[in-house]
Design a protein around this ligand. Structure first.
Ligand SMILES: [Zn+2]
Length: 142
């Protein structure tokens, strides 16, 4: 991660990434952790059974009628750092390219929190029912 450009600190949800200095558009900030490929079964109610990975970060790859194929990240006891801390917003200032790289999508001011759109970037294909907090009464569920 570009620690010369961004810093980790409390954000919209939990920890987030913030611009340390002004950052131009098109700058690669860091790389998401790819994780281990798993097929998570879909139960009789049509919901994904995350099993032991209920609290893990995932990158969804493909949603099928019988399973969600995804990459499960194992950060260990220290938890995620770097680009994996970037929060969701429906009006993001960063984008995911090549499925893993986080790049600024516009110029970002120093102190501004960095966001990507989890849905548009396809990190989340199966919606877990988490309400978006990007603005009051945002109707988006991720
Ligand atoms: Zn939103």
């Amino acid at each position: 991660m570009r620690t010369d450009l961004v810093i980790e600190r409390p954000g919209l949800i939990g920890q987030g990434l913030f611009a340390r200095v002004p950052i131009a558009s098109g700058v690669v900030i860091g790389c998401l952790t790819p994780g281990r490929p798993v097929a998570l079964p879909i139960d009789s109610r049509g919901e994904v059974d995350y099993g032991p990975w209920a609290s893990a970060q995932t990158i969804d790859l493909l949603l099928q009628p019988d399973a969600l194929y995804c990459l499960v990240k194992d950060f260990g006891p220290s938890g995620p750092h770097g680009a994996d801390l970037i929060n969701h917003s429906c009006t993001p200032n960063c984008e995911v390219v090549a499925r893993l790289l986080v790049r600024t999508a516009r110029a970002i001011a120093a102190g501004e929190e960095l966001y990507i759109d989890y849905l548009a970037s396809q990190l989340t294909i199966y919606k877990e029912g988490i309400p978006c907090l990007c603005r009051p009464n945002c109707p988006t569920v991720i």
